[in-house]
Design a protein around this ligand. Structure first.
Ligand code: FAD
Ligand code: MLT
Ligand code: ZN
Length: 474
């Protein structure tokens, strides 16, 4: 008799039939990530409906010595929510825990359960005349628990910060089943170590987040968006400064894309078109927003773009008029990830370097990649206002998927060695998961790794919370 033979009846008794999935026909979608890049097997998927049920699951799994893999929307890009191939792990889906527990307009906070989908939280905030600002291409499926566990970023970080900046309190079930009731909605709280930040970005390796208190902001009442053609990445960096000098913190988003990225969207996404008659080497999508209606943002953008044309930072530009045109400009940006999948394997490298060094980084990394694999297509784009580039790669035209995948580790080294040479980070916003776990040993400071291992050993001494993710072996 195996550990799971006794565990499964106990889980069924604790959760009821709605809470346990073992049917192979129903379990499949929990075992493979959104892109199909990672697959695993599981003894069962559990779908607890409350914090008490999450606690019961973790206690039972701890007693049986069975590992647990937390899962939200399964949109993560590093394989963190996918179980290993052993078939002995239990996937814990937060999909039934989606309630808004409280919205406190005066405190500017919303308290939600971890399985709540990001878009539903944005909508709940909007219904109360408030803004929850985190915004990602995956917001229709990604959950609050997943965005916290990966410290997600996205397109509004420049103004509002990452998920770490947006959380005030957490409720967490620890690996032994104890519940930490840290759901405080306080903006000032200096009572010792700030424990919530251990769980943010831990990718489910320290405990299961079951609820969070999140910051709200005043609703945005005016917006202006421009799509700008650029001669190169150096112009992008200068353009940020031009816009920031005029718009201050009304600069909400500054996304930058290479022509290759936009060409993929134009080739594969439905209903998009190039706003300009001729192609350009790079593009920026600039967004300003304000809480005042009629804040004159289009005029601010026009002035900034006028200066950009005078200094040859911009070669063409369009300011979106009306929500349909603005949505079509965003579609050119948000469609890149999906469009790249249509071109075969996309090797993803989510890096940050200091904003000022982006032009030099792009030039050197492009050159090194072209030398390593002639014809390689670099799909560089991202949240350049934060120094964050998605330095994704597609195979040379006409070459085989398998041959390209076989070079993945070697090509990743080229990108990450270059990132390290520019004092950057090999994971800006997607996390480590299983994709970058072994790389941490090479690119992370040994003392930082030692401290992380100490935290893991303290909170999860049996090593049953999402093992094989984040921390390299040893
Ligand atoms: P999952 O994929 O289910 O899980 C991610 C990790 O969190 C796993 O390690 C899992 O074990 C852990 N986890 C999940 N829930 C919990 C919980 N309740 N408690 C503890 N651990 C938990 N990311 C960005 O940062 N910025 C972007 O702009 C962005 N754009 C994207 C665009 C597309 C089209 C796609 C597919 C993904 C994008 N992502 C982006 C990545 C992804 O959406 C985020 O990482 C998101 O935060 C994952 O949320 P999720 O609920 O799907 O988490
Ligand atoms: C994005 O910003 O579109 C994603 O974080 C990047 C990706 O899918 O590689
Ligand atoms: Zn991104």
């Amino acid at each position: 008799m195996t550990a799971t033979d006794t565990l499964l009846p106990a889980l069924r008794a604790a959760l009821g039939p709605a809470g346990l999935v073992t049917d192979p026909d129903q379990i499949g979608s929990y075992l493979t990530d959104w892109r199909g890049a990672w697959s695993g097997a599981a003894a069962a998927v559990v779908r607890p409906g409350s914090t008490a049920e999450v606690a019961a699951v973790l206690r039972l799994c701890r007693d049986a010595g069975v590992a647990v893999v937390p899962q939200g929307g399964n949109t993560g890009l590093c394989g963190g929510a996918v179980p290993d191939a052993s078939g002995r792990q239990v996937v814990l889906s937060l999909g039934r825990m989606r309630r808004v527990r409280e919205l406190d307009p005066a405190n500017q906070t919303i308290t939600v359960e971890a399985g709540a989908v990001l878009q539903s939280v944005q909508e709940a905030a909007a219904a109360a005349g408030r803004l929850f600002p985190l915004s990602l291409g995956s917001e229709g499926s990604a959950t609050i628990g997943g965005t916290l566990a990966t410290n997600a970023g996205g397109t509004a970080v420049l103004r509002y910060g990452t998920m770490r900046d947006l959380v005030l309190g957490l409720e967490v079930v620890l690996p032994d089943g104890r519940v930490w009731h840290g759901l405080r909605g306080l903006r000032k709280d200096n009572t010792g170590y700030d424990l919530k930040h251990l769980f943010v970005g831990a990718e489910g390796t320290l405990g299961v987040i079951t609820a969070a208190v999140l910051k709200l902001f005043p609703a945005v009442r005016s917006r202006a968006t421009a799509w700008v053609a650029l001669p190169g990445p150096a112009a992008a960096v200068e353009l940020i400064e031009v816009v920031r000098a005029l718009a201050g913190d009304r600069l909400t988003g500054f996304e930058v894309m290479s022509r290759q990225s936009v060409a993929f969207v134009l080739a594969h996404a439905a209903g998009v078109r190039d706003p300009f008659p001729a192609p350009h080497p790079w593009y920026a999508l600039v967004e300003l927003s304000d809480t005042l209606p009629g804040a004159g943002l289009a005029e601010v953008l026009e002035t900034a773009l006028g200066e950009a044309f005078d200094r040859d930072l911009a070669r063409d530009a369009v300011i979106g008029s009306g929500s349909a045109q603005v949505a079509s400009l965003w579609a050119l940006r948000e469609g890149i990830s999906e469009a790249q999948n249509a071109e075969g394997p996309s090797l993803k490298h989510d890096v940050t370097v200091p904003v000022s060094r982006i032009p030099e980084f792009v030039e050197r990394t492009d050159r090194a990649l072209a030398a390593a694999l002639p014809g390689i297509r670099v799909v560089a784009y991202g949240h350049v206002g934060d120094g964050n580039l998605h330095y994704n790669l597609s195979k040379p035209v006409g070459s085989a998927d398998a041959a390209f995948r076989a070079r993945a580790d070697e090509l990743a080294r080229v990108v990450y060695d270059s990132t390290a040479a520019f004092a950057g980070s090999i994971s800006a916003e997607h996390g480590i998961g299983q994709a970058k776990r072994d790389l941490l040993a090479d690119y992370e400071d040994p003392l930082e790794l030692e401290l992380m291992r100490g935290v893991k050993a303290l909170l999860d001494p049996a090593g049953l919370m999402n093992p094989g993710k984040v921390l390299p072996a040893g």
